[in-house]
Design a protein around this ligand. Sequence first.
Ligand SMILES: Cc1cc2nc3c(=O)[nH]c(=O)nc-3n(C[C@H](O)[C@H](O)[C@H](O)COP(=O)(O)O)c2cc1C
Length: 205
Amino acid sequence: MERNDLDLTTIIRGRRSVRRYQDRPVAHQHIMEILAAAGWAPSPHGRQPWRFVVLTRAEPKQQLAEAMGDEWRRQLAFDQQDDAIIELRRHKSHERITQAPAIIIPCLYMGEMDEYPDDDRNEAETIMAIQSLGCAVQNMLLMAYSLGLDGGWMCAPLFCPDIVVAALDLDPMLIPHALITLGYAAADPKRRERRSLDELIVRFD
Ligand SMILES: Cc1cc2nc3c(=O)[nH]c(=O)nc-3n(C[C@H](O)[C@H](O)[C@H](O)COP(=O)(O)O)c2cc1C
């Protein structure tokens, strides 16, 4: 279903997190349009401190799912989780990665950001870059939705960035921050309630 005749409010409200997809590929042209939308996000100094990894083939998705699954198993065992729960969670995450028709991994790239002599300002610079990475991802999700696709945000790479870099043979300057699955929804997901504006606005004047 094409949704690109929808107005912005409908696109913003319609975008939803999808975790299961139809077995239907995402057109290369759509992936490029989604990435182009990311590039139009606001960013500190206009430096676009993000780079994107795109996976559509089974082999690299499998490689990544295996590597991340091994690490997740290790972390859950460290938390003394039950073996059966560990296996179930690992399996679910593995399926989400391998069965997603397309994956985009947004990576933070601090190589062209400002550097300061003190930790506080370096931390602020990093936070700004991460904030803009979030903007870029939201642009991608909205564009995907308007193209009739859906996306799902997985935070897992943030918990094992080095594993993702090694599994995909990436430049070590890149810090994987998320894994965005893309495809055509297998079913309409349940949406979460939104807080009222009264609750969100803590002061207005
Ligand atoms: C930074 C961030 C991390 C998230 N990580 C995950 C995740 O690891 N797994 C998941 O299923 N959803 C994840 N989500 C999606 C949220 O669960 C989802 O956006 C929220 O429940 C609201 O649902 P909606 O996106 O359908 O409106 C994440 C969202 C954000 C913004």
